[in-house]
Structure formats: structure tokens, C-alpha cells
Design a protein around this ligand. Structure first.
Ligand SMILES: Nc1ncnc2c1ncn2[C@@H]1O[C@H](COP(=O)(O)OP(=O)(O)OP(=O)(O)O)[C@@H](O)[C@H]1O
Ligand SMILES: [Mg+2]
Length: 444
């Protein structure tokens, strides 16, 4: 049986076999020192030493026996040690302890460098990005609007249909997407997120669909798997879908309709089973009218529309939200006693929150720092009214949110060491938006 797998993208010759006999034969004949454990997508998880196994192996009835018998090797171990062992064949098993292939070392050596990258990169990806961390419990608020939202999330989680999440910036679209994935029967399968606006147009196709070796100038050796294949069996969160160019829109439509993708430079389509959750802060219907978004894709995505309300439409949740974040930030800062004056809540309610819950969260963080955990009306005033006097009210509110925005951008730039792609991605804005804002706020 020959199946094209992720490993094929990284190794020139991967003998894919699900036959235990074959694998065992290779281990015995070639005295391989290590088993490479990969997950279902082929992403590297760790190494297992098979030195001890070799002698016992003849008696092993199942791969699980082999697995039981080996001592896990330190996962940070340098994979080049395989070479030092003087071996030239490495069997590969997956995380289900099932053999998925055998690698020939002579072909691996050039790829080892690549594999080294994969080692840290994909492990991180596997642990961090390939699962949804938020659940419905992270959605704070018990207003009628929030309860309706939670009901919709639960309903959306029970079916496979495509979800389209709409709402202003900072309302919690990402939280909603993750909550749906985490409630669905795909929760133990990959959750792959892609920000359609943050990836340069010319890279988006290969990001999403992967590419074959030699697909284009500069295409990595061995090709690469795309996000859709990575998400197979699970959920794909396509954020900022409204910013996607028309050409890519057609390709996404095809995936949704046919359930298959084609790698860039690929010769055959690959079937994928991916549930798509899309989100945008754009008015998609307007973009359809303007001819910027394909009508057919809009309908295809809009099977379950979820509109996340702006904060000003569920301002009743203010107290709950403030207390939630005040407690969180206080604990993080080691503040034991924290509280908030009722008048302060009132004042926070009167503001119109253009940046919604994200802006509120940033504001509460600043208030917690400023007041040491005791939020007073005055402290709220001094933050929300900061520039008042010189500007009219509307402008004052605007510059307030601008200040919060500026601070957020600076904080993220620091956190991600100036990596603008990452910052744009984390903030959920397009790169061009980020660059415009950097210019606007004169951030270096
Ligand atoms: N109901 C909620 N309860 C608690 N926190 C929330 C809620 N909604 C949003 N948040 C928080 O607000 C911040 C912004 O949320 P999120 O990133 O989901 O917004 P978004 O709608 O995707 O915004 P954008 O359009 O700018 O990408 C996050 O830190 C999130 O945890
Ligand atoms: Mg977002």
C-alpha cells in the first residue's frame, strides 16, 4: 500500500507501510536505533530508542509490544545522533503506535536540517496552535444577547455545516469559533486557524493547499503540506475571510463544494474532511454588492450565520466582564484585594466601546495597574476622559480607543520581538492595517 503522507513532504524516500511484519523486518535487518513518532498529520512528536527492543523484538507480537519495551528518548535529543549510530534505516510509527513507514537514512541526511526545523516548529504547532483553547465557558456575560449567542454556538456545534461569524472588531468572534470547535465532535481533532488577511496573497494558496516540490521557484525541497490537509478530520477557522481576493475565493468555494484540495503544482486532488468556520468584521453582504466578494461563496459560507453583538448592545454585561477581568489581572499581578465602585461601572457603561470587549479588557488591565486593584469612578474618568477638554466628546472617545490601540500594538510588538506578521496575526488585523497604524501612531 502506498499512501501519500506528510512524511513524503520531508523525506525523499519514505516507504509507507502499515504492515507490522515489514516494519519489524526492517528493524531487525537494519538494526535501527530509533523509532520516530509522528502524529496523524505526520508532524514530529518525539523519538523512541529501539536499541533495547532489537533483542526482544523477535518475541513481540504487536507494535504496542515494541512500544512498551522501549524507553522514550529525551524529546530534545539531537536527531543527528541517529547518524552517529551508523544506521541507515529508521522505521516510523504514529502516535497510535502504528507503523506508518520506514525512512532510508541516505535520503534523510539532506532532509535532517529540515527535520530539525520541524522538530521545534511543528511540535510547537502541534501543542499550541492545533487545538482550540477557548470554550464556551470563556464567554462571559449573561444578558439575553449573550445567552442567545451561547445557544447558537451549541446548536452550531452539533452539526457539520459551515459557520459564518460576523461582528465588529473585538466582539469575540475568535472566542466563538473556538467554542464551537471545542463543543463539536471534532474537538479532539485539529483546529487550524488561518488569518486570510495576514498572509500575503501570493503565499495564501500554498499556505492553504500546500505545494509539491518544484511547484514554483523557491518552493521548498520536498514540498509542503497545506493547512487544509493539516486540518483533515477537524476544523478550519478562516479568519478575516472578507479580505480574501477573488481568485482565492473561487478556490475556497471549490474545497467547500468538492471536499478536495489540490496542492500547488500537484497532479491529483486530495480529499479532505474539514469543517469550515469563517469570520469577518467586514459587511460581507455589502462586499458582495460591491463585487468584491463572490455571492456563491457568501451563500456557501452563510449556512449558519452567527452575529456577535457589539458590547454596547449588551452593556448589561459590563459588571460581570469588569469583575472577570479585574480578578484575572489582579491575580496575575499578585493583588489579593480588588474591587470596583458601582459608579465606576456606571461610567464604563456610558462609554460606547468602539473596540468592544478587547478594548474593555485593555482598559481594565490599565485600570488594575493604575489603581492597584481598586477601581474608582475617578480612575475610570481619568482614563476615559483623558483628552477631554481639547476635543469634543466624540473625538475624546475616539482618541481614547486610539490610545488603547496604540498601547496594544506596542505591547504586542514587544511580546513578539517586533515580528510584524505575528503581531498582525495575533491582533487579527491585516498586515496593511498594521502598517497603517504603525505609521499613524508613529511607532517604530
Ligand atoms: N464574551 C466574552 N467574554 C470574555 N472575553 C471576551 C468575550 N468576547 C471577547 N472577549 C475577549 O476579547 C478579546 C477579543 O476577542 P476576539 O479576538 O475573539 O475578537 P474578534 O471578534 O475576533 O475581533 P477582531 O475582529 O478584531 O479579530 C479577546 O481577548 C477575548 O478573549
Ligand atoms: Mg479576530
Amino acid at each position: 500500500m502506498k499512501v501519500k503522507t506528510y512524511m513524503d513532504c520531508f523525506f525523499d524516500e519514505c516507504v509507507v507501510s502499515d504492515s507490522l511484519v515489514t516494519i519489524r523486518k526492517y528493524i531487525l535487518e537494519n538494526r535501527s536505533a530509533y523509532l520516530i513518532v509522528v502524529d496523524r498529520t505526520g508532524a514530529y512528536i518525539g523519538l523512541l530508542s529501539s536499541l533495547d527492543v532489537i533483542t526482544d523484538l523477535s518475541g513481540a507480537a504487536h507494535v504496542s509490544d515494541i512500544y512498551e519495551a522501549v524507553t522514550p528518548v529525551d524529546e530534545n535529543m539531537d536527531i543527528r545522533k541517529i547518524k552517529d549510530g551508523g544506521l541507515d534505516i529508521i522505521p516510523v510509527i504514529n502516535e497510535k503506535r502504528f507503523p506508518v513507514g520506514v525512512l532510508r537514512l541516505k535520503n534523510i541526511l539532506p532532509a535532517l536540517k529540515h527535520f530539525g526545523d520541524l522538530d521545534s516548529g511543528s511540535k510547537k504547532m502541534y501543542r499550541k496552535n492545533l487545538s482550540a483553547k477557548y470554550t464556551i465557558d470563556n464567554l462571559i456575560g449573561s444578558s439575553a444577547a449573550m445567552n442567545r449567542l451561547k445557544e447558537t454556538i451549541i446548536r452550531a456545534a452539533t452539526i457539520r455545516s459551515t459557520v459564518l461569524i460576523l461582528g465588529e472588531t473585538g466582539v469575540g468572534k475568535e472566542l466563538v469559533a473556538q467554542s464551537i470547535a471545542n463543543l463539536s465532535n471534532r474537538r479532539f481533532k485539529p483546529f487550524v486557524r488561518i488569518n486570510c488577511a495576514a498572509i500575503p496573497e501570493n503565499l495564501l494558496e500554498s499556505e492553504l493547499f500546500g505545494y509539491e516540490e518544484g511547484a514554483y521557484t523557491g518552493a521548498g525541497k520536498g514540498g509542503n503540506i497545506g493547512k487544509f490537509e493539516l486540518a483533515d478530520g477537524g476544523t478550519m477557522f478562516m479568519d478575516e475571510i472578507g479580505d480574501m481576493q477573488m481568485i482565492m475565493q473561487s478556490k475556497i468555494l471549490r474545497v467547500l463544494q468538492e471536499g478536495e484540495i489540490e496542492r500547488v503544482g500537484g497532479r491529483y486532488p486530495i480529499a479532505v474532511d474539514v469543517r469550515v468556520i469563517a469570520a469577518t468584521h467586514n459587511d460581507l453582504e455589502k462586499r458582495v454588492e460591491e463585487g468584491l466578494f463572490r455571492r456563491d461563496l457568501f451563500y456557501r459560507l452563510n449556512v449558519i450565520p452567527i452575529i456577535v453583538p457589539p458590547l454596547r448592545e449588551h452593556i448589561e454585561d459590563m459588571e460581570e466582564l469588569v469583575l472577570y477581568y479585574l480578578e484575572g489581572f489582579s491575580k496575575a499581578m499578585g493583588i489579593a484585594r480588588f474591587g470596583v465602585e458601582p459608579e465606576a461601572i456606571e461610567y464604563l457603561r456610558s462609554y460606547h466601546w468602539p473596540g468592544n470587549i478587547r478594548e474593555l479588557k485593555n482598559t481594565v488591565e490599565r485600570l488594575t495597574v493604575m489603581t492597584g486593584g481598586q477601581i474608582t469612578l475617578n480612575s475610570v474618568r481619568s482614563i476615559l476622559d483623558l483628552q477631554e477638554g481639547s476635543l469634543d466628546e466624540e473625538n475624546s472617545l475616539k482618541s481614547n480607543s486610539e490610545m488603547a490601540e496604540r498601547e496594544t500594538i506596542q505591547k504586542y510588538l514587544k511580546r513578539y520581538k517586533g515580528n510584524k506578521n505575528r503581531v498582525a496575526d495575533e491582533l487579527g488585523v491585516s498586515r496593511s492595517t498594521l502598517y497603517n497604524k504603525l505609521k499613524k501612531y508613529q511607532i517604530k
